[in-house]
Design a protein around this ligand. Structure first.
Ligand SMILES: Nc1nc2c(ncn2[C@@H]2O[C@H](COP(=O)(O)OP(=O)(O)OP(=O)(O)O)[C@@H](O)[C@H]2O)c(=O)[nH]1
Length: 266
């Protein structure tokens, strides 16, 4: 299903380079954003985490036989969307996550979808978004029916999946790859057409905006100027690393393999 969020900004490189896709994971605290991110990147489920850290990870993926350089921002808003520009101005697509056993997180996901729709309207373009009902393994404690999730997704014209970070990896991978496909579709759709010739009598001041000429989306300079380089998320490599100080190590003397946001893997 196509997204109503419309055109994303451009982000693809030259034809031979891998497609570059930025994906932001949004949702209320505890919905499982980090668990899904880690599951996708490592095939593992983790249960310990630092809820206050926000990181962006990169991963080389192959989607439909095409190489993709995927960056995933695992956001950590407090209770409601805050300083949203950091992901609104960065991502090509969004995964909005709620937990099927939490009505509150479902309501939170609705706020995020509204935020994306508002932003799309304001910027006169849009973004693919996928709605994810996580913790499907906890279905016996459901507070949100599948029909409610599907209805919310329909309202905003986005794809909908129920998933679990602690069950099948293939399904989680499918969802992330689907987000890449949605982003790619929008990138292809919004790719600026190359002019066949340039009219000689065009007045010098009548060039297309710089952003459009460089294949970027039609952000206003006002918006662009508010995004300083310092605010751009640093990219961490999605690989196992040993962390020198962590909650895990304070509890355990043995070296602990720690992944990403302070997650530990034994
Ligand atoms: N049973 C079950 N538990 C999950 C699942 N996904 C996450 N959890 C647990 O839910 C809790 C919250 O998961 P996180 O991934 O940290 O949630 P988050 O959305 O990143 O939360 P913040 O970091 O606070 O923003 C953790 O205890 C996870 O182990 C799932 O699919 N099934």
């Amino acid at each position: 299903m196509a997204s109503v969020f419309g055109k994303p900004r451009a982000g693809s490189g030259p034809p031979s380079a891998p497609l570059e896709v930025n994906l932001a994971i949004l949702g209320r605290r505890g919905a499982g954003k980090s668990a899904l991110t880690v599951k996708f990147l490592t095939k593992r489920f983790i249960s310990e985490y630092d809820p206050n850290l926000e990181d962006t990870y990169s991963s080389e993926e192959t989607v439909d036989h095409q190489p993709v350089h995927l960056r995933v921002m695992d956001t950590a808003d407090p209770d409601t969307p805050r300083n949203c520009e950091r992901y609104l101005n960065w991502a090509h697509a969004f995964l909005v996550v709620y937990s099927v056993d939490s009505r509150q997180s479902f309501e939170g996901s609705s706020s995020y979808l509204e935020l994306l729709a508002l932003h799309a309207k304001e910027m006169q373009r849009g973004y693919p978004a996928l709605l994810l009902g996580n913790k499907l393994d906890m279905a016996q404690y459901r507070q949100v029916t599948k029909a409610e999730g599907a209805a919310l997704a329909r309202r905003f014209g986005c794809l909908f999946f129920e998933v679990s970070a602690c069950l099948d990896f293939a399904h989680v991978q499918h969802v992330f790859h689907q987000a890449v496909r949605e982003a790619r579709r929008e990138l292809e759709r919004s790719a600026p057409a190359r002019p066949l010739f340039i009219s000689e009598d065009r007045a010098p001041g009548h060039q297309a905006p710089l952003t459009a000429r460089h294949g970027l989306a039609s952000c206003t300079f006002n918006t662009l100027s508010t995004v300083s380089l310092k605010e751009m998320p640093a990219v961490a490599q999605a690989k196992l690393v040993t962390v020198k100080s962590s909650r895990a190590q304070s509890k355990r003397k043995a070296p602990t393999l720690t992944l990403l946001k302070g997650f530990k893997i034994f």
